[in-house]
Design a protein around this ligand. Structure first.
Ligand code: GLP
Length: 241
C-alpha cells in the first residue's frame, strides 16, 4: 500500500485527481468506480477542471457507483443516483447511459445486487475505484463486521453512519436504514484503489485501516490485501499514523 500524506485537503484533491486523470488519459474507455460523500469532492473538482480545459474526457469512460440507499424516493436530492448524476456525471461529461448506480428501489433487491456485480464483470471490471472512508472505518457502505469476501448486497446502516449522514437530510429519522453496496470482495477486484481522507475526524479510521490488523471490524483494512492501493490523506487525517 502506498500512503501519501499532504499538507491539506485541497492538495489531497489535486494529487488524487491527477492520479485518476493519468489513468483515464491512458485509457479513455476506463471503468471508474465512483464514490459519493464529501471526501472525493476535491478529486471531482480537479477532474472537472481538466475536462473544462479540454485536456481530459470521460465521454467514452464508464462509471459504477459504490452504493445507494434502499427505499429512498427517486426524486430525493440525496439519493446517490441523483448525487452521482449531479456532482460527478454532469460536471465530468460522462454519457449518463454509461454510469450505473445500484438500484435501491428494485422490487427484487437481492436480484438487483447480483445483477450489479454481473454488469461490472461484463464491463471488464473496474480499472480504478475511488474510495472515501467512514469515521467507523466503513468503505462503500460496508459497515464493521462486513465479510472481506462480500459481494454487492443489502446492508443495514450502522447508527454512527446514519448519524454522520443526517446532515444531508431534513431530520435524522429520514436517513434510510438500509443500503445496497458493492461488497468488499467486489471492491478488492478493482485493478487499482485510491482512498482519500481529510480531517482529524478520520484519523482513527485511517490509522486502523492502514496500520491495524486485518479485521472485519475495520472494513477499510481490506485495502491491505490489495496489490495496488493508494491512500492519500491530509496531515490531520494522518495524525494517528
Ligand atoms: C458515506 C458513503 C461512503 C463514504 C463515507 C464517508 O456514507 N457511503 O462511500 O466514503 O460515508 O463520507 P464522507 O466522505 O462524506 O466523510
Amino acid at each position: 500500500m502506498e500512503i501519501i500524506i499532504l499538507p491539506d485537503a485541497a492538495e489531497v484533491g489535486r494529487v488524487a485527481g491527477a492520479k485518476i486523470a493519468s489513468i483515464v488519459a491512458g485509457r479513455p474507455q476506463a471503468v471508474i468506480g465512483l464514490a459519493t460523500g464529501s471526501s472525493p469532492q476535491g478529486i471531482y473538482a480537479e477532474l472537472a477542471r481538466r475536462v473544462q480545459a479540454g485536456s481530459l474526457s470521460f465521454a467514452e469512460a464508464r462509471g459504477f457507483a459504490l452504493d445507494e440507499y434502499v427505499g429512498i424516493p427517486a426524486d430525493h436530492p440525496e439519493s446517490y443516483a441523483n448525487v452521482i448524476a449531479r456532482e460527478v456525471a454532469a460536471p465530468l461529461g460522462f454519457d449518463p447511459s454509461r454510469v450505473r448506480v445500484p438500484d435501491g428501489r428494485a422490487a427484487d433487491l437481492a436480484a438487483a445486487a447480483k445483477e450489479y456485480d454481473r454488469a461490472i464483470a461484463e464491463a471488464g471490471g473496474i480499472d480504478v475505484q475511488i474510495l472515501g472512508i467512514g469515521s467507523n472505518g466503513h468503505i462503500g457502505f460496508n459497515e464493521p463486521t462486513s465479510s472481506f469476501a462480500s459481494r454487492t448486497r443489502i446492508k443495514t446502516l450502522a447508527p454512527k453512519t446514519r448519524q454522520d449522514n443526517a446532515r444531508f437530510f431534513d431530520s435524522p429519522d429520514q436517513v434510510p436504514t438500509h443500503c445496497m453496496t458493492q461488497g468488499l470482495g467486489t471492491i478488492l477486484e478493482a485493478r487499482e484503489l485510491v482512498l482519500v481522507a481529510q480531517g482529524a475526524g478520520k484519523a482513527d479510521a485511517v490509522a486502523a485501516a492502514v496500520e491495524g490488523p486485518l479485521s472485519a471490524f475495520v472494513p477499510g483494512s481490506a485495502l491491505q490485501l490489495h496489490e495496488h492501493a493508494t491512500v492519500i490523506v491530509d496531515e490531520a487525517a494522518a495524525s494517528g499514523l
